[in-house]
Design a binder for this molecule. Sequence first.
Ligand code: 0GY
Length: 299
Amino acid sequence: MSAAFQKTEGWLDWRANPSTPSYKPPPGAVDAHCHVFGPGAEFPFAPERKYTPCDASKDQLFALRDHLGFSRNVLVQATCHGADNRATLDAIVHANGNAKGVASVKPSVTDEELDALNDGGVKGIRFNFVKRLVDPIAPEALAGLVKRINKYGWHIVIYFEAPDLPDLFDFISSIDTTVVVDHMGRPNLTKSLEGPEFSLFLKLMSHNDHVWSKVTCPERLSVSGPPSYDDFAPFASKVVEDFPDRVLWGTDWPHPNLKSHMPDDAWLVDMIPRIARTKELQHKLLVDNPMRLYWPEES
Ligand code: 0GY
């Protein structure tokens, strides 16, 4: 690795040999939230990044997909690559039709660049409001992008932390395309499921049919900890049961910015029957919903 890409201190590497999950996903299951990092020597990390990851290549991601029993991936552009989507596009092109992407773009992106992303398998763009990851752009400045992506039928993936939802609620409600919230808006799992914080998130979803949620990241959100992440299950199963047609699941491999523990990806897969408690809910979560959003021509 080039000295310029020395990973951030305390950064934990992803596990090279995850165990085999007990849970078998249904045929055609989609890991709808994962990333590729570099490799930095081929796809340099962005100068404006807030962290430097370890490398995590497309081939390593595809090997994990097969090992866990999944069929497809949705690659979400991570902030360490800024608005340079080449690593994501390269992974899609080498996935034999089994990957799609969510890009990051600046408001100054040209129409030609948007066309190229669309041709390259991008189905949405990500707005990131997590202050430790980016210098957030004001929602008003993003409204123009929302209009410009309309012609592609793309959606918006939005990443924020629970304390920021009151400020973002009206903006998200006003977006006139599908919005997918990363990791249930990062609830504080030590707070009550029925308390004001998570109730506001459930209200966002119940008042807005265009808002979806990823029920992802026990390894990031749990305070009770691995391998069973018991505090995560009730929050995620509540969202799956209330909004079964608007939820997605993903590994979040290679798990950026984890400093206390690195999950075995099999633990995450084995959470699925605890958050989607029937075969029908599992099929919606892992197959029907992601196929509708990312491979609509096949669903
Ligand atoms: C995640 C998590 C994080 C980072 C990013 O784009 C990113 O850098 O998504 C995080 O540190 O919370 O996978 O969504």
